[in-house]
Structure formats: structure tokens, C-alpha cells
Design a protein around this ligand. Structure first.
Ligand code: AMP
Length: 394
């Protein structure tokens, strides 16, 4: 792995692709600075090694230059987090930017304007990437959230540098995922929840080669249960994916992967937090009722396998956690994983909504690692090579 440690930054200008795509309120103030804080280690390390820093990022989805998406809005927050003054230029290429980059002395930080003000960024335009590249001596990619996109600043740019590496955050993401998918301690448990089989098929298929146990929960449960002949009532179910569900079960058997599906559910008579509820056998859900969370017997079963695992990968909630009445399964599962982590298991949470659930219920610091890139993480779990990672390794 090419990391910050492998590069001499002394008197060099480092161009860092960060993910400062932070939420802003109506007054254009940053409401959650997590992503800025996450980049601090990389910036501090480069400065400590005698370099200067040029930060580039996207913010939102502007169509051309739109003031509301200007990175000017985040300057004071970046200064607060980095505990140093920074310089901002209201463009990311051109004379002004080149001059500002030229004037950088060791320890200086320059923030460029939103990369997506140029359509060339997302188009992966080579000439645009080269203009960015001309600003610096070293390229550092620390934006995991966009590592699955072959954009100019995330991928195309890397070809113009002989000195390039992963930032601390991206390196940690890669290490954590490798710890689960490549160098894992057995038994390995995958937990896939969420709403639909269709959005997780490739993950399901790829993960079967990596895990010893697989818990399938959330809305996906019912496609499997129905395919096996059970009655799922009004539960979410993809009828056209039943065949696929059976194929996945057959493949799991062939590979010696033990599948764990909920045996009971909290069923509700409407998709509502205030609906009437009762515990039902997952194979005998009556019409008018839908399974919205894992039931008590299922949780007991899951607890056993979670506590016996040495490596855990968790993607997707066990129920409709956004509604208090159906959050218990996801909360309990988080508690089991936290307990297993305390006992020495390596636990990685990520992809899509799991991170929201983990943060909402305060498990963030009780698991080994929470991945920051929803889509990028899913693609890694699908076994894909991410262009942003590949570009550094080439
Ligand atoms: P995903 O983005 O695929 O991980 O799906 C997350 C969504 O799945 C969340 O918004 C949950 O509310 C939803 N979900 C989980 N369990 C169920 C269920 N039993 N029925 C309907 N939706 C569910």
C-alpha cells in the first residue's frame, strides 16, 4: 500500500483530493463537520513532514457555477477544525489558482473552489485533470466516498504524478475492508440487511466466498422465506427474485456457508410506527400483516453466531429502524456486535444506511471501524476494483 509514510513531503506541494461534501443549513453553515475532521490526520501529517497542502473537493451537485455550492461557505469551519488559517481561491484551475499554488510555503494550506463547477470533473476530462495536476508535486487521494468514480480529480489525475499515495483515511478504509475480505480471522460473519435483494445481489454472491456464516435480515428476508414456501403476508417481497434467492441458498450450501434467516418477526398491520404489532413465525405471516423487524427468537439465534465470530461485516439494518417501534432488532444486533468487538472480534460496518443506524444508536465507537463511503464500500463488497484506488496503485 502506498501511504503518506512512503513519501518525502519536505518542501513539496501536495494536492489532496478530500471529501468535503458536507451538509450546510439555510445560512450556509456546516452542520456536520465529520468529513472535515476525517481529513485532518492527512493534512497534519503532510505539514509535519515539511510540505504544503492544496485541498480539492466537490460539494453537492451543482450544474455549473452556483454560489450556493461554493466551498467558500466551509472556509471558517475548515480553519476551526485544522486549527490554522487557510487560503481560498474562487476557482480550481487557471492563472489565479496557479499563482496561489506557486506562493505556497511549507505549512500553508490552500483550498480550491468546488471541482464540480466544471463538468470536466465528472466527465473524467484528461486536460482538466492535467491542469489540476500542474499545481503540485505529489498527489494524495483521501476521498473514499468518491473512490468508485473515475472522475478527473479522483482517478484520471493520478497518471500525471510519479509521487502519489493514499491519505490516512483512505488507507484505513482499505485496510479495514481487507481485514474482512482478505486477511480475516475465522469464523467470519457477514450480516446483510436492508430493504431489497435486488440492490444487494452482487454483494450476496461475492460475500459467499469470504464468510463462514451469513445472516440475511431486514426486508430481504421475505423474498427468501417465500421462495422456500413460507407465507409472508404483506411484507416487502420481490417475487421476481425468488429464483435467485434459491440459487444463493444452493451456492451457500455448496461453499459450506451457514445461512441464518430470521425465524420470527415483529409484524405490523400497517407500515406505521403506531400500527398494531405482534410476534409472528416468519413463515406464517397472515395477510394484512407485514414483518418490519426481527423477532425475539431470531435475535437470540443471531446473538449466538455474532458472539462466536472473530470477524464481522455488517451492512444494512434488521428492520425499519427509522421507526422506533421497529428499531429494536437493529439496536440489539448493534449491542451483540459491540460485545463481540469487546471480546476481540474485528467488526466493520458500512455501506448505505447501516452507518446512519450505527450513528443514530451510538455504536460508532463500539465497533472496530465504520466505513465512510456508502457506495464505494458496497462496490468493494461486490468485489469490484475501485478506479480511485487502482489509479494510485498503478
Ligand atoms: P438498504 O439501503 O438496502 O440498506 O435498506 C435500508 C432500508 O431498509 C431502511 O430504510 C429500512 O427501513 C429498510 N428495511 C429494513 N427492514 C425492512 C422491512 N422488514 N420492511 C421494509 N423495509 C425494511
Amino acid at each position: 500500500m502506498k501511504t503518506l509514510q512512503n513519501i518525502d513531503f519536505s518542501q513539496k506541494k501536495a494536492l489532496i483530493r478530500v471529501d468535503f461534501n458536507v451538509p450546510l443549513n439555510d445560512a450556509f453553515e456546516v452542520t456536520d463537520a465529520t468529513r472535515i475532521q476525517a481529513a485532518k490526520e492527512t493534512i497534519d501529517t503532510i505539514i509535519a513532514k515539511g510540505g504544503s497542502v492544496i485541498l480539492m473537493s466537490h460539494l453537492g451537485r451543482p450544474k455549473g457555477v452556483e454560489a450556493q455550492y461554493s466551498l467558500q461557505h466551509i472556509v471558517s469551519k475548515v480553519e476551526e477544525v485544522l486549527e490554522r488559517k487557510i487560503n481560498f481561491v474562487n476557482d480550481c484551475i487557471g492563472d489565479k489558482v496557479e499563482q496561489a499554488a506557486k506562493n505556497l510555503a511549507a505549512g500553508d494550506v490552500l483550498l480550491l473552489e468546488n471541482l464540480r463547477f466544471y463538468k470536466e470533473e465528472e466527465a473524467g476530462d484528461v486536460a482538466f485533470a492535467q491542469k489540476l495536476a500542474n499545481l503540485a508535486d505529489v498527489y494524495v487521494n483521501d476521498a473514499f466516498g468518491t473512490a468508485h468514480r473515475a472522475h478527473a480529480s479522483t482517478t484520471i489525475i493520478a497518471q500525471f504524478f510519479s509521487d502519489k499515495c493514499f491519505g490516512a483515511l483512505l488507507a484505513k478504509e482499505i485496510e479495514s475492508i481487507d481485514k474482512v475480505l482478505k486477511n480475516s480471522e475465522k469464523p467470519v460473519l457477514g450480516i446483510l440487511g436492508g430493504s431489497k435483494v435486488s440492490s444487494k445481489i452482487t454483494v450476496l454472491e461475492n460475500i459467499l466466498d469470504k464468510v463462514d456464516h451469513l445472516i440475511i435480515g431486514g426486508g430481504m428476508t421475505f423474498t427468501f422465506v417465500k421462495a422456500l414456501g413460507g407465507s409472508v403476508g404483506d411484507s416487502i417481497c420481490e417475487d421476481d427474485k425468488q429464483e435467485l434467492a434459491l440459487e444463493i441458498l444452493a451456492k451457500a450450501k455448496e461453499k459450506g456457508v451457514q445461512i441464518h434467516i430470521p425465524v420470527d418477526v415483529i409484524a405490523a398491520n400497517a407500515f406505521s410506527n403506531t400500527a398494531a404489532t405482534q410476534v409472528m413465525d416468519v413463515t406464517k405471516i397472515t395477510d394484512g400483516w407485514q414483518g418490519l423487524d426481527a423477532g425475539p427468537k431470531s435475535l437470540e439465534n443471531f446473538k449466538k453466531v455474532v458472539l462466536e465470530s472473530k470477524t464481522i461485516l455488517w451492512n444494512g439494518p434488521l428492520g425499519v429502524f427509522e421507526m422506533e417501534s421497529f428499531a429494536n432488532g437493529t439496536i440489539q444486533l448493534g449491542n451483540f456486535i459491540a460485545e463481540s468487538t469487546t471480546n476481540g472480534c474485528f467488526s466493520l460496518v458500512g455501506g448505505g444506511d447501516s452507518v446512519a443506524a450505527v450513528k443514530q444508536f451510538g455504536f460508532e465507537h463500539k465497533v472496530s471501524y465504520v466505513s465512510t463511503g456508502g457506495g464505494a464500500m458496497l462496490e468493494m463488497l461486490e468485489g469490484k476494483t475501485l478506479p480511485g484506488i487502482d489509479a494510485i496503485l498503478k
